[in-house]
Ligand binder design. Structure first.
Ligand code: F0G
Length: 460
């Protein structure tokens, strides 16, 4: 009889380490004051647990580092590009593979090539750079998330889904001006929630009916595939690569920020079936991104990406990934901080409105909570609430609040261990009694666009 372990272990051992910055509370208080209470303005050296993002922050494997050493840096037609191209073709089944330096440049190229002034682009929820690229091409970005999203505490297996009724209504009413539909898997902006195969299939049928291209934003495709395996009837016995292939089979193209589910520190791609679209993108990209066989990447980056795209689909890794993120979420919830449920694939989202009911939206509860996490514990998360998603009315000066006041704690891949997570949970439970005493913040400076990056604050 074989033993049945309950603990899901890190399926790797560590060959290379970097020191964890350990600061006193006084040192952190000085650092955050100097940063004008904006976590983006902190030096990474002043952060113990950097949960700002899971993007570009993964630990690469020994095999990826070995790939780096054999990168072919030829300007045109390098072997590293061919390896990257055939890997992406095999995984996605898409014909043309166009490397880019990261996700947003793939978005920029696609929007410039495909959409015209006055068009609309529909999505389950566009990520903010996608939205910015749609807007800057003169089109409208319309989000049609599943209605289940509003209830942050309720369990639904596929909260990342598109609202099919609203999609059908939009396609029926405005189909001549809809240039494109994008499904983001997993749906980052609403909590890293997965999209079901059933929903993808239904979106495919609807877009086909109106002859509108369907693209996938696949920054976290492998996490989405593993959620399908765990939660969607009929997929329990299927392999992750076969689920991934089915996901891609419904799309006309894909955009990827490979800084997430490819374990790479930089990179991305645009992959499409259409010959004419590929030709258009290739002629656009040489002006800013680079020659079509390297995009904005070095040959060595493409080697690391080709290897990472396969490693990410390993089931022991994905089981550990989703379990370790959920373990963190369960611990935070038990410590007494309200969280968005179910837990996402790459991050835990704290519900700052529920945690700090005494701080109104215009005093930024998410900002207050994220500053406290840094000052008291050394965790850097990111506010996703009124600071990031709200805006100040230029005439009345009034703050328009966001729908939700969240703080995202994103987990870099293969970087922090279970004892790091246990330590954070322990410290969070010590923060809980202090929550009612936390104060809100006010802006002392805010830029007109994307204010969260460079704003300055003062405590009230
Ligand atoms: N799409 C999704 C779903 C993303 O999460 C991101 C980036 C992008 C596109 C843009 O890719 O950064 O390579 O240009 N998300 C990061 C985050 C920044 O922290 O969630 P990029």
């Amino acid at each position: 009889m074989s033993y049945k372990p309950k603990t899901v272990i890190e399926p790797f051992k560590i060959k290379m380490v970097e020191p964890l910055p350990l600061l006193s509370e006084e040192q952190r208080a000085t650092a955050i004051k100097k940063a004008h209470y904006n976590l983006f303005s902190l030096d990474a050296q002043d952060v113990t647990f950097d949960l700002l993002t899971d993007s570009g922050t993964s630990a690469m494997s020994a095999t990826q580092w070995a790939g780096i050493m054999i990168g072919d840096e030829s300007y045109a037609g390098s072997q590293s590009f061919r390896k990257f191209e055939s890997t992406v073709q095999e995984i996605t089944g898409l014909k043309h593979v166009i490397p880019t330096h990261q996700g947003r440049s793939a978005e920029d190229l696609l929007m410039k090539a495909l959409i015209c002034e006055g068009d609309a682009v529909l999505g389950n929820t566009h990520f903010d750079t996608t939205r910015a690229n749609i807007l800057s091409a003169g089109a409208r970005a319309i989000d049609l998330p599943s209605p289940e999203v509003k209830n942050t505490g309720a369990f639904a297996p596929f909260k990342g889904n598109m609202d099919l009724d609203r999609l059908a209504a939009q396609l029926e009413k405005n189909n001549s001006s809809i240039a494109l539909v994008i499904m983001t898997v997993t749906n980052n902006s609403i909590g890293g929630q997965p999209v079901s195969m059933e929903n993808l299939k239904a979106v495919r049928l609807l877009t086909q009916k109106y002859n509108i291209p369907l693209f996938l934003d696949v920054a976290r495709f492998a996490e989405n595939a593993y959620f399908i395996k765990l939660r969607e009837p009929g997929y329990e016995e299927k392999s992750v690569p076969s689920i991934v292939q089915e996901m891609f089979s419904y799309a006309d193209g894909a955009l990827m920020s490979a800084k997430k589910d490819a374990f790479a520190n930089i990179g991305g791609f645009l992959a499409v079936n259409s010959d004419s679209l590929a030709e258009k993108v290739r002629s656009l990209m040489v002006i800013t991104e680079g020659f079509p066989t390297y995009g904005g990447l070095a040959g060595r980056d493409m080697e690391a990406l080709a290897i990472g795209l396969r490693e990410i689909q390993e089931e022991h890794y994905l089981q550990y990934r989703l379990r370790s993120v959920a373990y963190f979420g369960e611990g935070i919830e038990q410590a007494g901080i309200p969280v968005v449920k179910p837990f996402g694939g790459h991050a835990i989202y704290l519900d700052a409105a529920k945690a700090l009911p005494h701080i109104p939206p215009h005093e930024f509860p998410g900002q207050a909570l994220s500053v406290a996490l840094y000052e008291r514990i050394g965790i850097r998360g990111v506010e996703i609430g009124t600071v990031m998603m709200g805006y100040r009315d230029p005439e009345s000066g009034e703050e328009h609040p966001a729908d939700l006041e969240l703080v995202r704690l994103a987990m870099p891949r293969r970087v922090y261990t279970q004892s790091h997570v246990d330590y954070m949970i322990e410290m969070l439970s010590q923060l809980v009694p202090e929550l009612p005493a936390l104060k809100g913040y006010k802006f002392t400076y805010q830029p007109p666009l994307l204010r969260h990056f460079t704003a300055r604050f003062a405590p009230l």
